[in-house]
Design a binder for this molecule. Sequence first.
Ligand SMILES: C[C@@](CO)(OP(=O)(O)O)[C@H](O)COP(=O)(O)OP(=O)(O)OC[C@H]1O[C@@H](n2ccc(N)nc2=O)[C@H](O)[C@@H]1O
Ligand SMILES: Nc1ncnc2c1ncn2[C@@H]1O[C@H](COP(=O)(O)OP(=O)(O)O)[C@@H](O)[C@H]1O
Length: 293
Amino acid sequence: MSHANPFINKTLEFPSPAKINLFLHIVGQREDGYHNLETLFQFIDYNDTISLTVTQASDITLLTPIEGVDNDDNLIVKAARLLKNKTNTSFGANISIDKILPMGGGLGGGSSNAATVLVALNTLWQCQLSLDELAELGLSLGADVPIFVHGFAAFAQGVGEQLSMIEPQESWYLITKPECSISTQQVFTAKDLPRNTKKLSPSALKTRDFINKNFHNDCQTLVIKYYPEVAKLLAWLLEYAPSRMTGTGSCIFTQFSSSQEALSLQAKLPKGISSFVAQGLNKSPLCSVIAKL
Ligand SMILES: C[C@@](CO)(OP(=O)(O)O)[C@H](O)COP(=O)(O)OP(=O)(O)OC[C@H]1O[C@@H](n2ccc(N)nc2=O)[C@H](O)[C@@H]1O
Ligand SMILES: Nc1ncnc2c1ncn2[C@@H]1O[C@H](COP(=O)(O)OP(=O)(O)O)[C@@H](O)[C@H]1O
């Protein structure tokens, strides 16, 4: 006799945080064209919120479409379908999202949404897959999904799937978005992308500050050559505090030791630059929400 699912018809909310890449070194390229990376992921306390209602009926419905993204291509829907197919659950879900993360800025919002759906529905549908299984499943949706599934700040190798826990300073950041969108694919196919950064020695990671000259972002080197808006904003920010691009861009984070300092630079930003202030987190806020269920 199976037990009734206690989550049926209840609506629960789950955070889907952004990440930043404190550094991103490209250390080689695989035969299939994908790049091997060494990167450091940290979460920030700025997140989308995903509401999930488990239904007895098996449909997966996204009630709040995201402008410019077809529901069938939405990583939220793809993640829910993937888990459903993998586990053969009979349950369905009504899903809605309060989207505040800018898209295509290197903050990993799409991957984070997919991971939140995988981790939360795994609990709500009572599928009992392990985090490793969910991370492996999620990797097919995006290279950054595993980090969001595991939920700890990490040094990542490979395409981002080999993770070791690390605890960088939980600095405050002013996050800015230059007025341009950059395609990940375009960055990775550029001829002049630096691809041969030397692998770090384990001792190089024995610090808590990664926004110094021992570390960099290889994509930034390329992006500032072709996107003057990014180069200009980065140069402006660097006059005030350590700053670097996240992922393949175009967002830039600027590091501070207090929220007040970050807010005071935000007030001085050139007109038309969208921005927010957030703190670095070494644990995803999703973990504590799941642990309480
Ligand atoms: C490089 C990172 C760092 O966080 O950039 P952001 O997307 O966050 O900016 C991510 O790993 C990106 O992950 P994600 O955005 O999921 O990339 P995918 O959809 O898997 O790949 C998009 C395209 O980029 C290229 N690609 C991606 C990742 C990688 N390690 N090597 C690559 O060459 C591939 O051509 C691929 O077709
Ligand atoms: N739920 C989702 N949230 C954001 N983007 C999504 C989602 N589903 C699909 N996408 C697509 O993924 C692209 C990359 O978005 P995002 O993950 O926010 O940026 P990045 O990979 O630069 O961090 C978007 O431009 C959009 O077309």
